[in-house]
Write a protein that binds this ligand. Structure first.
Ligand code: CAO
Length: 451
């Protein structure tokens, strides 16, 4: 049996209306649930809207250039009820941009060296200032919307970051759609042939760089294998992580904080709040302490835009959340205005939404600084990748009892490893060491937060 079903624009976060910039299906196409139907774009983000339902497209109700809001009908499908997907797709699952340093969020279209996750403050329009990025020229080129190469926003973004003009790339996907692999292949080809490469491969001194091609191995020759497609989140976060790692000069400052007293307070609060069902985690204290450190060191609460540092006067803190499909970075908004209990409640709610794939794009936008806590799992330190366009990220490993010399004797103290990765273009090593030491001091004596 079949029936006609309208597919509508789902919750699109903070935006009242967004522009339709791409139609990804045509009348007569057989579509699957979760397949991308259209790409929409606001002044800050672009995202694909997925199908809530599979079937055959009967009518298209939107065209490129239209403005649509939540609830607007995109198209009608002749739905095969047997194949129908009952649930509204989670818009977050389709949000462009994503797990950056660690995790994900809607795509920035104007941000400088990156774009992944947390949308920054109102970023100056592209081209507002003299950018130094080798990709700037392409990023700022005026491309008529109707002639956009057939590629998803994440692929376009990936290409932009590499300085690749998609008009020169041949698409291998359905209907000649350009995939991330096509862009990679194009870059590899350009690097392999050397010469005047169209990719951003020229170093400031004029000399080019070249890398070996990716090893192509027939693994099946050596034993049994299976190929498992990467999840959408992994694909998006992978591209973002790669870009951030390559484009940001990372340095990590490692320090330890004595959290013996804070852990005692945490346990006391948890005993007191047991009935209310609130679990205070170390993460909630970390968010609060990070806000205080950002206030003391404002350059950490900033984004690079060409020759300008955009300083933010708000404190939205992202935290990496591990989900079955990959990492995402939900954002605690206005963490400076919230207490530890409120932050603890919100982080656990956001982490649960993240695990269920139900975070909205808005819940992953606007971050100023990210925390990646592996403390509940293990490790002594690690190098978190900065969540561009942020300029620093705090990695937290597992606390452990250590002998600490108090001047007369060794005392057993609970020590928490703090790994602060920073963008060395913005932050000097001394400033990073001061930030980390200050943070450690706050965690050692949380009363200092109120000073
Ligand atoms: N040291 C020692 N123990 C810690 C700790 C630390 N730094 N941080 C948390 N723990 C303990 C907690 O006390 C808790 O133990 P109890 O249940 O006995 O109280 C346990 O670890 C689990 O903690 P939690 O999961 O309740 O809370 P959390 O704040 O540690 O984590 C969240 C929340 C969302 C950060 C976590 O679920 C998560 O997803 N972590 C992974 C993030 C990640 O993958 N980052 C890497 C990104 S880069 O690739």
């Amino acid at each position: 049996m079949s029936s006609t079903v309208e597919i509508k624009v789902p919750d699109i976060g903070d935006f009242d209306e967004v522009d339709v910039i791409e139609i990804l299906v045509a009348v007569g196409d057989t579509i699957a649930a979760e397949q991308s139907l259209i790409t929409v774009e606001s002044d800050k983000a672009s995202m694909e809207i997925p199908a809530s339902q599979g079937g055959v497209v009967k009518t298209l109700k939107v065209k490129v250039g239209d403005k649509v809001a939540e609830g607007a009908v995109i198209l009608e499908v002749e739905a095969d009820e047997a194949a129908a997907a009952p649930a509204e797709p989670a818009p977050a699952a389709k949000a462009e941009a994503a797990p950056a340093a660690p995790a994900a969020a809607p795509e920035e279209t104007t941000a400088p060296a990156a774009a992944a996750a947390p949308a920054p403050a109102p970023a100056p329009a592209a081209g507002a200032s003299g950018r130094t990025s080798p990709t700037a020229a392409y990023a700022e080129a005026e491309v008529p919307l109707r002639n956009l190469p057939h590629a998803s926003p994440s692929v376009r973004k990936f290409a932009r970051e590499l300085g690749v003009n998609l008009a020169q790339v041949t698409g291998s996907g359905a209907k000649n759609r350009i995939t991330a692999d096509d862009v990679r292949a194009y870059v590899k080809q350009a690097l392999a042939t050397g010469g005047a490469s169209p990719v951003g491969s020229t170093l400031p001194g004029g000399e080019g760089f070249s890398v070996l091609g990716w090893p192509k191995v027939d693994f099946a020759k050596f034993g049994e294998i299976e190929a498992r497609p990467l999840s959408r989140i992994k694909k998006i976060s992978g591209a973002n992580l790669h870009r951030n790692w390559v484009m940001i000069p990372h340095v990590t400052n490692n320090d330890v904080a004595d959290i013996t007293d804070l852990e005692a307070l945490r346990q006391q609060l948890n005993a007191e709040n047991k009935k209310a069902g609130i679990k205070v985690t170390m993460l909630a204290f970390l968010v609060k302490a990070v806000v205080a450190a950002l206030k003391k060191f404002p350059d950490f609460n900033a984004s690079l835009d060409g020759d300008n540092l955009v300083l933010k006067h708000y404190y939205h803190i992202g935290f990496a959340a591990d989900t079955p499909n990959g990492l995402v970075v939900p954002v605690i908004r206005d963490a400076d205005k919230k207490g530890v209990l409120e932050i603890a409640t919100e982080t656990s709610e956001l982490a649960a939404l993240a695990r269920d794939g139900k975070l909205s794009p808005a819940q992953m936008q606007g971050g100023c600084f990210s925390i990646s806590s592996l403390g509940g799992i293990g490790g002594t330190d690690f190098t978190p990748i900065i969540n561009a366009p942020e300029v620093a990220i705090l990695g937290v490993s597992r606390s452990s009892m250590q002998p600490v010399w108090d001047g007369k004797a060794f005392q057993p103290r609970l020590m928490l490893p703090l790994s602060l990765s920073y963008d060395h273009r913005v932050i000097d090593g001394a400033a990073a060491a001061r930030f980390n030491a200050y943070l450690g001091g706050l965690l050692a004596d949380f009363r200092r937060i109120i000073l």
